[in-house]
Ligand binder design. Structure first.
Ligand SMILES: Cc1cc2nc3c(=O)[nH]c(=O)nc-3n(C[C@H](O)[C@H](O)[C@H](O)COP(=O)(O)OP(=O)(O)OC[C@H]3O[C@@H](n4cnc5c(N)ncnc54)[C@H](O)[C@@H]3O)c2cc1C
Length: 302
């Protein structure tokens, strides 16, 4: 069986690929091994190589919830290629929509609305992929993935097997699911409801406008840094402590929304990590509230 070095020698796997360019923060070092999956045939190849040559696995979607360590990822980073970006609409009346892991959420929102299917409009402002949305139970504007998902097709790369999971298997909670690092979400199915196309498009415009007015668009960030504690908002708490503009090096708490931390052009992943730790500590000391990060840190931050 082939090791990753063997696969690298054939060009199927790449070595020392800069991961930052696959994330919205644009930070972090290289992945030791990197594969962009071109078809489902690649999945068993990866599973066999992992059985022969175990490596820590990191699935990277649109990287909009990820901070990669400056030292990079010490194992295999996996990305789903364009072959996994198809959207399929089932026949009425069930209105099920299927989408590949690499489908971007804004595209899913727009295409479903344009075809008279509603429910997924909240995805228009979330710059992630379907795979990432299932893993993180992405949500906003009063909806979350768990409300609309009817099933996910997952490849367990540790066992080399496909599994079909229903929402009960996924144990969705606020911004989390039971998907493990070695579970690759290959595709997902969502229910939708009939919608008037013009009304749907107006809703998309309203959500986009709200985002533009309240969030620091056009900057390097990964969305909300902390989960909202019960009955409160992390942004409100951080703002109430006067921490807007607080910085560690080139990483700074946004002056527009205190739960968004922006990276300057020279920022390091370490600075973002330290800023998150320092804000968390200040909030704990001054309010007794222990904020839990929503962004995921991948690699070594010790
Ligand atoms: C400006 C901005 C606004 C945002 N607003 C919101 C918001 O309103 N609501 C919200 O919930 N989030 C928001 N986010 C965060 C982010 O977009 C979501 O968490 C999104 O679902 C992440 O998807 P992704 O493809 O970028 O995942 P990544 O960041 O690439 O990965 C996130 C996690 O999912 C895993 N993963 C990715 N793809 C797969 C796959 N195919 N199979 C298995 N695991 C996978 C990764 O390993 C990682 O653990 C925002 C981010 C930004 C930058």
């Amino acid at each position: 069986m082939a090791t990753f070095a063997d696969l690298a020698a054939t060009g199927r796997v790449l070595v020392d690929v800069h991961l930052g360019s696959h994330t919205t923060y644009k930070l972090g070092g290289p992945a030791r091994y990197f594969i962009e999956l071109q078809s489902e045939d690649d999945l068993p190849v990866v599973a066999e190589a992992l059985a022969e040559d175990p490596q820590p696995v990191l699935v990277v979607g649109r990287g909009s919830n990820l901070v990669i360590s400056d030292s990079g990822w010490p194992g295999l980073a996996i990305r789903f290629g364009l072959a996994f970006a198809d959207i399929g609409l089932g026949p009425e009346p069930d209105g099920f929509v299927t989408a590949g892991a690499a489908t971007t959420l804004p595209r899913l929102a727009r295409e479903t609305v344009n075809r008279g299917r509603g429910g997924l409009e909240f995805y228009v402002g979330i710059p992630g992929s379907v795979g990432g949305a299932v893993r993180t139970n992405a949500g906003g504007h009063g909806s979350e993935t768990a409300d609309w998902l009817v099933g996910a097709r997952v490849f367990d790369v540790a066992e080399g097997q496909f599994r079909s999971l229903n929402p009960a298997d996924l144990d969705f909670k606020y911004r989390s699911s039971s998907i493990r690092p070695t579970d690759l979400v290959v595709a997902a199915a969502f229910r939708t409801v009939p919608i008037d196309v013009e009304e749907g498009q107006a809703r998309l415009r309203e959500i986009t406008r709200w985002r533009r007015d309240h969030q620091p668009g056009g900057t390097l960030n990964a969305g909300s840094v902390f989960r909202n504690p019960d009955g409160d908002s992390a942004g409100r708490i951080i703002d109430s402590l006067g921490l807007k503009g607080f910085r560690v090096g080139e990483a700074v708490v946004s002056t527009k929304h205190a739960n968004f931390f922006e990276a300057g052009p020279e920022a390091t992943a370490r600075q973002v990590y330290d800023l998150v730790q320092q804000v968390k500590q200040r909030v704990l000391e001054e309010t007794g509230i222990e904020l839990v990060p929503e962004v995921q840190f991948a690699g070594d931050f010790s």
